[in-house]
Design a protein around this ligand. Sequence first.
Ligand code: GDG
Length: 511
Amino acid sequence: MGHGQEHPPAGPAQDPHSRRLVVVSNRLPFTFARDAGGAWQALPGGGGLVTALLPVLRNRGGTWIGWPGATGDKEELESALRGAGTSAGYSFGAVDLLPDEVHDFYLGFSNEIIWPLFHDLQSLCNFDPAYWRTYCRVNRKFAEVIAAQSRTGDFVWIHDYHLMNVAAALRELGVGGRLGFFLHIPFPSPDLFLKLPWRAELLRALMCFDLVGFQTARDRRNFVQCLRLFEKDVEIEGRGHVLAARLGEREVRIGHFPISIDYAAFRRQAEAPEVADKARELHERLPGRRIILGIDRLDYTKGITLRLRAFRNLLDRHPELHGKVSFMQVVVPSREDIPQYHKLRTEIDQLVGQINGSLARPGGWVPVWYEYRNLTRLELLAYYRAADIALVTPLKDGMNLVAKEYCACSVEEDCVLILSEFAGAASQLGRGALLVNPYDEEGVADAIRAAYLMDPAERRARMRRLRASIREHDVFWWVDSFLQAAITRDLRDYPQPGGPWDDALDYQLPF
Ligand code: GDG
């Protein structure tokens, strides 16, 4: 890779597609595991980051660097990666991590410190100093692989909270090429960020990127406020969606870019006859009921237990709805090695048991249909298509792609999205969804009832609006807007407020 400062190319009309893309994330989009015969096999990975970036790499090629999720014979693993790359249409680079590193860097610093803190759940943090040291060491390992596998002219795009120190490590290695960073989770307000023992180091590390991207204006504002607290000399310029922060010689761009989905693919796949058949089958198994759907990774930020309480509240206050609604909650296994997640699973099991135990009737209505497993893509699409109401109520979420996927798959446009005010998606979808405060049990119950009673014309008008916004601002729009912000020489050439972007970016939340 180019060692030495590489300036943005001249002119606003730089084609963001002209550069090779090197995507870096903690996990590769595949997890490698041995099959029964001992050969390596690539299993598809999950989560929002992978959903968003897979179509991008498939579409334009490039390299994806990350941890393959397994340790083993290096040569064998590399050959498995090459095989996976050939069928995927882009190449892979692997970062080898030792079991101790996975523990302290991934489970520790990333998921016991940054994840809860950045989701406003400071009481769940375990600020173990050893975690920070390993985080820095592992970020340096990533930097070494990037330096070895990228070349001058590539655009290196680093993703998410596991890798905030990578640009600092690359700069130490003498790499001067342009580096972009996107944070998929929220950035906290200064009063929370200040709790982090390594707050100054982390901010300085983020300032080693050339572009730092956030999901929403709220996250960008929080970051800028933190920056002003720690770097008294920082000058911030600009008033569009991308600002320039000047600190001495360095200029770092700071923007917000709401991530999205491959809308056309979701819509097309949801229209397939086998999806329609499966969706019909679900309704036949729940005759005469409206289906309310929740789909989440097992995570305390997703608000699953509060959502179950809100559903119970609805049934307690509105017995006329007994037998008329079924709540399908799918929980996808995730981070099961972390004790908090284990505890959450038990709480969910208990709540579901209590609700069904007190209200279900033998051979009849079961209020909560709960599944703890991974759905296949076909099942996922069918569940989206079958649901009359989606209940997406995270306590805090960077964006939340489930909300967008649900709308894209609602091909009949005859359903309702209930969405948390604290999901990043609310800043784009707040006009078409019913917004709720996930902590307000009665408010969420009232919103479910309002969705149940909503007349078809309003349902359709709202869903059309939601789908139009997601169609226009899909994941390819997101990539282009990020890359354009990174390579445009003069930010005045970049879309300004009042432009076509505003629909996706500027919905004012009620706080
Ligand atoms: C992080 C941020 C941000 C879920 N269950 C199954 C399944 N999924 C897929 C969904 C969706 C993805 O997982 C979940 O994405 P989210 O965005 O809802 O949530 P996180 O995983 O927490 O993602 C989030 C995102 O990054 C992107 O920036 O929006 O705020 O937390 O795509 O479809 N997929 C399959 N079976 C399942 O059972 N196949």
